[in-house]
Write a new protein. Structure first.
Length: 522
């Protein structure tokens, strides 16, 4: 015992150390006394937000010459994660498999899904040096690299130039009208809103029409509000007179359920009835263009791999946008009847899209619970709509040009302000998923030489839901104004006539219904 000093005796008699709280935090505190300020900042950052760092191993390296090596490992991990966050990884599972095969990695591990496979590719890419090859892979100049920006066609360039020259004057006019509206006295606006509230309270069921032998998925009013287009799961597209609800013609061509229908913006106004006045999309992966004079399609636009959900005409009427279950949305030239743009960007099926009234922006959304805003003049994605926790099923723009509404399977509607690039309001709209929504675009807006304005113009929002109801919300404060019940089952789609007289809704009960002011005189 004489050879054992007091220090060694103290070590032998010492009790096991008890850790209170996080071991990582305790280790960080211990390192604070042993390392300089730079080393302390690195370890604290690692303990705060970097999972997968072995603090025990770093503690051993923290003594002597190994301290520098431990710090380098932490910094290297930080740099890898930073690269991983900034990487653009393909969303198509086939392309992900191809990239893994190019790196000599297994295409699929046991029990691995598309999401895990994509994360594995992201990890591999984050280990790349200088954006080139994987560190363990020899350098090769002729190695194919992933292309995320592909050259567009001359037709696409001309389309972007046309959209630019078309949208700028419309945006300028809209902004001028909004400046004039600011000068409207507040008392006049309040009186107009009060009058509108009373009119909306009088809306009730106007008529109901059995439209098909299968659920009716979508409907759209013609620009003159005298026609209604419906699409059903049977693949039939039908044209009805309004308000008599008499069948005019049945358009046959789709082999599967119809997901979207739309009228050309100038149809029934100035467009000849022999050209493409309408469009529809279906589960057969096609978009069809129709005239008012023929029950057969004028053209069939093919390119989507899988079901095509919603479609819409560009405000100019020159182009059609389509949302597909292949994870892409596409832009088609109506006159040349060809595809101009195939755009990726969503990680799952794309279900909804909507063009802004100016014509410069397009919003898309789908089953990845994320919406995206696209600048059609440049092709850039300018905003991500993140906040919904379930599928996004409907989109529509307010007439003010900067508010966008999204309907989701999480039973809510979110209002997005593209000026602030954020969600400004969330409406707990229904007791089940919200299947569709539309802003009212009726009435006469302010003109360039007067400040008179119809108070109905763009001042309410309608929603439909699988709970079978249609709800009307004020577009000023988004308060519930009226609930319309009548469908025997799920309500799947709706539209508002341009003259503001009717609301049309479709449902799984195979009917479409018209809703209007019960005191209205035709």
């Amino acid at each position: 015992m004489g050879d054992i000093n007091n220090t060694n005796i103290a070590k032998l008699m010492a009790k096991p150390r008890v850790h209170f709280g996080s071991i990582e935090e305790s280790e960080a505190k211990r390192f604070k006394h042993d390392n300089n300020n730079e080393q302390d900042a690195i370890i604290q950052a690692a303990s705060a937000g970097s999972s997968g760092i072995d603090f025990d191993a770093l503690a051993e390296l923290g003594q002597g010459s190994g301290a520098l090596q431990g710090n380098e490992q932490v910094l290297a991990e930080f740099e890898r994660r930073k690269r991983a966050r900034d990487l653009a990884v393909p969303t198509d599972d086939g392309r992900v498999r191809q990239r893994l095969r190019d790196f000599g990695e297994p295409q699929c591990l046991f029990g691995e899904g598309p999401g895990e496979r994509r994360d594995r590719l992201r990890y591999l890419l984050s280990q790349m040096a200088d954006g080139g090859k994987v560190e363990s892979e020899p350098e090769s100049e002729d190695e194919d690299e992933e292309e995320f920006f592909t050259p567009g066609s001359q037709e696409l360039l001309q389309a972007r130039q046309f959209i630019t020259t078309y949208s700028l004057p419309r945006a300028k006019e809209r902004l001028h009208k909004q400046k004039l509206e600011v000068e409207i006295p507040l008392t006049t606006l309040k009186m107009g809103r009060k009058e509108l509230q009373s009119k909306l309270q009088n809306i009730s069921g106007w008529s109901s029409q059995m439209a098909d032998d299968r659920p009716v998925s979508q409907c759209a009013f013609s620009p003159n509000s005298n026609l209604l287009l419906t699409g059903a799961w049977s693949g039939a597209v039908k044209l009805w007179s309004i308000p008599s609800c008499e069948l005019i013609t049945t358009l046959s061509g789709h082999e599967d359920r119809v997901g979207g229908v739309a009228f050309h913006p100038q149809s029934t106004l100035s467009l000849p009835s022999t050209v493409a006045n309408m469009a529809s999309s279906g589960g057969d992966g096609t978009v069809k263009l129709w005239s008012l004079d023929s029950p057969t399609p004028l053209a069939t636009l093919e390119g989507h791999v899988g079901r095509v959900a919603r479609i819409g005409f560009h405000p100019s009427g020159q182009y059609v946008g389509s949302a597909g279950f292949d994870g892409t949305w596409r832009l088609w030239d109506v006159v040349q009847q060809k595809e101009l743009l195939l755009q990726e960007g969503h990680s799952s099926e794309v279900f909804a899209l909507a063009f802004q009234e100016d014509g410069s922006l397009l919003a898309t959304a789908g089953f990845d619970c994320v919406g995206r805003l696209w600048d059609l003049r440049t092709g850039r994605s300018t905003m991500a709509l993140q906040g919904h926790i379930k599928d996004i099923l409907g989109l529509d723009w307010s007439v003010n040009g900067y508010h966008l509404a999204s309907a989701s399977a999480d039973n809510t509607v979110k209002i997005w302000d593209i000026r602030a690039l954020r969600n400004i309001y969330t409406i707990p709209a229904h007791g089940s998923l919200v299947s569709d929504l539309k802003f009212a675009k009726a009435g006469t807006p302010v003109t360039m030489d007067t400040t008179e304005r119809n108070p109905i113009y763009g001042s309410y929002l309608t929603t439909s839901s699988f709970d079978g109801s249609i709800k009307i919300f004020s577009a000023d404060d988004y308060r519930l104004v009226k609930t319309l019940d009548g469908h025997d089952g799920k309500c799947m789609g709706l539209d508002i006539s341009n003259d503001g007289r009717f609301i049309a809704s479709t449902g799984s009960d195979r009917t479409f219904k018209l809703w209007a002011d019960e005191n209205m005189v035709l």
